[in-house]
Every structure is written in C-alpha cells, then in structure tokens.
Design a protein around this ligand. Structure first.
Ligand SMILES: NC(=O)C1=CN([C@@H]2O[C@H](COP(=O)(O)OP(=O)(O)OC[C@H]3O[C@@H](n4cnc5c(N)ncnc54)[C@H](O)[C@@H]3O)[C@@H](O)[C@H]2O)[C@@H](O)CC1
Ligand SMILES: Nc1ncnc2c1ncn2[C@@H]1O[C@H](COP(=O)(O)OP(=O)(O)O)[C@@H](O)[C@H]1O
Ligand SMILES: [K+]
Length: 510
C-alpha cells in the first residue's frame, strides 16, 4: 500500500532547496567550525544507525558510491558496516580519482576498515540483503544515462530493499521530479535539512519512508536561514490552534456565514451536491446551491439542510448573491453558456470566493483572465487546470510545482492551492506551504468538490483566504487519511470524508 503522506508528520517544518542546503552546509563549516569530513562522518553514522534500526538482521550489504560527496557518505557507511562485522560489496561509479578532500578521507576510512573498493562491472549480485544508494545526492544536474541508468534499473529490479543516502539518486531535490530512471528507495535518510522535493510530486513514491538527521548542527544555524517552503499538516496546525476557534454558547447561524455553491450543469449535479454537503459539515451556518432545476430534488433528498435554487440565467443569481457571504464556484459548472453566464455574475461580486474546476477552465479562456486584487480568492487547480491557466502543458506544471503555484498566485493575486501529491498552497506574496498529509486514495472523482466546500465554509466562518487554504487543505487531506485507514486507499470515496471533516474540524482526533 502506498504510504499515506501523514506518515511524514514528524519531519521538520522548514523545507529548503538544494542551494539553500549547500549554504547551510557552508554555515556549519564557517560558523560552527565543523569540517566537511566531520559532517560527512556524521551523515554516514546517522544513516548506518537507521540501517541497523530498520534492518537489524541484514548481513550482506551492497553499497554503491558516486563521484561526489554523496559517494563520500557511502564510503563512511561501508566503513562502519565492515567494522560492525557485516559483509560489504562496495562498487564505485564515475571517476573516483578526483574525489573531494572529505570523500578522499572517507574512502581511506573504508579501505582501512577492510572494504574492498571496486568499480561497478555491470552486474549487481542477487544475494545482498540490502542496497545502499550513495550514487548521487543534491548534486544531480541531469537525468541519469549510460551505465548509471543501467545500475539504477538493476537496483530497482533487485529483490533487496534500498536505503538512499540524502535523496534517492535521480530524484530532483528542488522539484520532486524523478528524472528517470531514478532509484526507488524503501527508506531515505536525509541530512542537514529537509529538501522541498522529498514531499511533493514523485518525492514520496521514490523516498519511501523518510528519516531526518540534522547532524548535530545547532538549531540557531538551521534557523539562520529562512525556509523556502513551510511543511504543514493537520497535526501541526491543530497543535497551534490554527483551525476554528471554539464556539461560544450565545450564537446563531448568521454568525457562521452563508455559502452559496454555484455549479452542477446537466449531468454533473453530484459535484455541486458534494461541495454543499462538505460546506455544511465544515460548519457553514447556511448553505445554498444555485444549480440546474433537474438536480434540485436529488440534492434536497440527500441534504435537506441545503437551500437549492434552480437557476437558468445569471440574472437569477443576483438575489442569491445578495444573501450569501461566500461563494464556491465551479464544481460541475461546465463550460457551456449556462456556466459562463453564472461565472460572469460571480466575477462582478466582491464576496470572498473559492474558484474550482470549470470556473478555472473558463477563467483560462482568452478574454477572461484577471487579477483579483483585494478580494479574498482561493483558486484550487489540479495540475491540468493549472496548466490551462498558465497556458503551458501539464508536464511543465509538474516539472516544477513550486514555480507553477507561485506564478499563479502572483498572476491572479489570489491564494492558490495546487492539488495533487503534496498539495502546495501559494500566497501572492511568495510564501508557499506544502501539505504532507493526504494519500493516493484521493485520486478519485469528487475529492476536489469536497475541498471546495470545505474552503468556502472556513471563509464563511471568518478565516482569510490564506488561513482557510492552509487549514482546509490539511483538514481535507487528514480526513482522507483517517477515512482510508481501515479499508485502504483503493475505493476511497469523496463522501467518505464527511464524518471525518466534522470530527477533525472540531479537533476530535480519535
Ligand atoms: N558538507 C556537505 O556538503 C555535506 C554533503 N553531504 C552529501 O553530499 C551530497 C552533495 O554532494 P555533491 O555536491 O558532491 O553532489 P553529488 O554527490 O550528488 O554528486 C555530484 C557529482 O555528480 C555529477 N552528476 C550530477 N548529475 C549526474 C548525472 N545525472 N549523471 C552523472 N553524473 C552526474 C556532478 O557533475 C558531480 O560531479 C549530499 O547529497 C549529501 O549526500 C553530506 O556528506 C553531508 C555534508
Ligand atoms: N496522489 C494523491 N496524493 C494526495 N492527494 C491527492 C492525490 N491525488 C489527488 N489528491 C487530492 O484529491 C483532490 C482531487 O481533486 P480534483 O482532482 O479536483 O478532483 P475532482 O475534480 O474529481 O473533484 C485534491 O485535493 C488533491 O490534492
Ligand atoms: K543517493
């Protein structure tokens, strides 16, 4: 079963690019007077400690070392393993005649421990208990090719588990893109600081479990650099009470806002229905739905609390807009003239709004583009919608999700949630948060409609767009993790999240 991302909740909140981690290494060297070889030794020790803990019975190791400092870490691991009495096959790839000073010392350490260092000759023996990937780390600058690619293919088809040092070879530390072929690890021990690419896009699939080793660098040094990205999750935000404030006794429904869901063209009524139910379950005082008349009865049957208004034109929306406090526009809206007319009215209002699905597809069309200025706006594109909004292909979005999210937030002057594995939340001022909760069971129809309803309800209860997006994305992902916990990822339905949304929004975690 794919690892639910919430398994990463113990990891630090600060995420960095590879360049920032190099700068931190440098500060450890200059401010802390930790020599490069000392840092490398600590990296090797941390990794070997994790190895013993995770695979205590492993006896035959194959350790693979590239020509950079990642290879240096591998020499240290091999030396410690040999000293510990394990059998080590050690293979080098690339030119080890030009090693850095630290890696040269690590190599000497391995040789002194009796490790036999051999260039890889094209075959990986099948009898190893464990493979250690020290081929490339944060220095990866192109997709692996030639004998490196061949070795990676052999690692991935080998029956033994894989421990990756710092980052699996081939995974890009900044973007989380696997530059294929890339090593698929079972455990990645990452050093000094968390790289932002470990937790989004391909990152979680290629890293397996992640252990973080700060290498005893003082927290003051680590804090001396602003994080590029903040990792968030339900537990972190709940501990900081970033969710809803407790309700007072003497209140009435008007205090908690009125969400108007606009969507549900012919054949897509369920999308609007799910957004409505999610808004109601996330605490909106009132929920209305402007939709096609053909869906009214079905939505009422499912949720009689929702005020369903059949609309055939944008003008019929006007009185509804007057009564609403927040809009959720897009689920099942379609891209026909009905959806266009409704969206035009919505864009003329200045109510806080969540824009999703076909509202985003329409906004991407020529003549519709606009920046929202002061209005509280959350846009929730999946990578396909983001690609249309940016007028690029989906691969370009996924090749650098951080850049795409930042670009959209700045272009539209809106808070943007770029959905998918490791959802990103971008503020127009450049801040980005990454939600490390969520799971692959969420790749099923309707999940985004539920998120739209959640976010609208949080806006209706007084959060601003940035607060609502942070809490809402974590709430939605954690609800999916809870819902998937008992019966697994496959077959998870969007409506399965409803009871969990309510519980977790009320801080009931059991
Ligand atoms: N003080 C430090 O800098 C520390 C660094 N550490 C380790 O050092 C690593 C970074 O070391 P480096 O900067 O030497 O980088 P790497 O060890 O990742 O290797 C970079 C080398 O590989 C080559 N290369 C990159 N992509 C390639 C490709 N696709 N095919 C073939 N060759 C390729 C580069 O040209 C360069 O020569 C970290 O990931 C971490 O494992 C740790 O020892 C902790 C301390
Ligand atoms: N592999 C995944 N890991 C984590 N979250 C995911 C994954 N796939 C989808 N999700 C989440 O599920 C939701 C899907 O939204 P969307 O694609 O708009 O679905 P729909 O259009 O069917 O409603 C988003 O919140 C997204 O982040
Ligand atoms: K590696």
């Amino acid at each position: 079963m794919t690892q639910p991302l919430s398994a990463f909740q113990h990891l630090p909140a600060s995420l960095f690019t590879a360049a920032a981690v190099r700068e931190l290494d440098q500060r450890a060297l200059t401010d802390e007077q930790i020599p490069a070889f000392e840092l490398m030794s600590r990296a090797g020790q941390a990794a070997f400690g994790c190895l013993l803990q995770r695979w205590p019975t492993a006896q035959f190791l194959t350790v693979l070392a590239g020509p950079g400092n990642n290879g240096g870490d591998a020499y240290v691991v091999a030396a410690l393993a040999a000293i510990h009495g394990l059998d080590v096959n050690f293979y080098t790839l690339g030119d080890h005649g030009q090693l850095s000073e630290a890696s040269t010392r690590a190599r000497e350490m391995a040789l002194a421990a009796g490790v036999e260092v051999k260039p890889w000759a094209g075959v990986l023996e099948r009898d190893s208990d464990l493979l250690v990937d020290g081929l490339l780390g944060t220095g990866l600058n192109k997709a692996p090719a030639g004998e490196l690619a061949e070795l990676i293919e052999q690692i991935n088809s080998h029956p033994a588990p894989v421990l990756a040092l710092d980052i699996p070879t081939g995974l890009h530390a900044d973007t989380g893109c696997a530059l294929e072929p890339a090593v698929r690890a079972d455990l990645t021990v990452t050093f000094v600081a968390m790289k932002q690419g470990l937790l989004t896009a391909d990152g979680p699939d290629y890293c397996g479990d992640i252990a973080y080793a700060c290498l005893d660098i003082r927290p003051a040094v680590l804090k001396s650099m602003a994080a590029d990205v903040e990792r968030i999750g339900y537990q972190v935000l709940a501990e900081r009470h970033e969710g809803l404030a407790a309700r007072r006794g003497n209140v009435h429904k008007g205090r908690y806002g009125h969400v108007l869901v606009v969507g549900g063209d012919e054949g897509m009524g369920g999308a609007a229905a799910m957004a409505c139910e999610a808004a109601a379950r996330s605490g909106s005082g009132l929920v209305s739905c402007a939709t096609r008349g053909s869906h009214a009865q079905a939505i009422l049957m499912r949720r009689p609390e929702v005020m369903v208004k059949p609309v055939v034109s944008g003008l019929e929306l006007l009185p509804l807009l007057e009564r609403a406090s927040v809009l959720a526009v897009g689920p099942g809206l379609g891209q026909g003239s009905w959806g266009e007319l409704l969206l035009q009215q919505v864009l003329q209002s200045d109510l806080p709004v969540v824009l999703d699905a076909d509202a985003l597809n329409l906004l991407a069309s020529p003549g519709w583009r606009q920046a929202f200025g002061e209005r509280q706006v959350i846009m929730t594109p999946h990578p396909g919608e983001a690609a249309r909004l940016l007028d690029v292909d989906i691969r370009t979005v996924q090749n650098d999700r951080f850049a795409a999210a930042r670009d959209l937030a700045s272009r539209y002057s809106a808070v943007v949630v770029l959905k998918g594995c490791g959802s990103l939340i971008a503020h127009p001022d450049g801040r980005v948060a990454l939600c490390s909760d969520g799971n692959a069971g969420m790749a099923s129809g309707g999940m985004g409609d539920v998120l739209t309803g959640v976010l609208a309800a949080l806006l209706a209860q007084g959060m601003d767009a940035w607060q609502a997006a942070r809490w809402g994305v974590c709430l939605h992902s954690a609800a999916a993790d809870r819902a998937a916990h008992e019966n697994g990822l496959c077959g998870l339905l969007a409506t399965d999240l409803m009871p969990w949304l309510r519980r977790l929004n009320n801080y009931i975690t059991h």
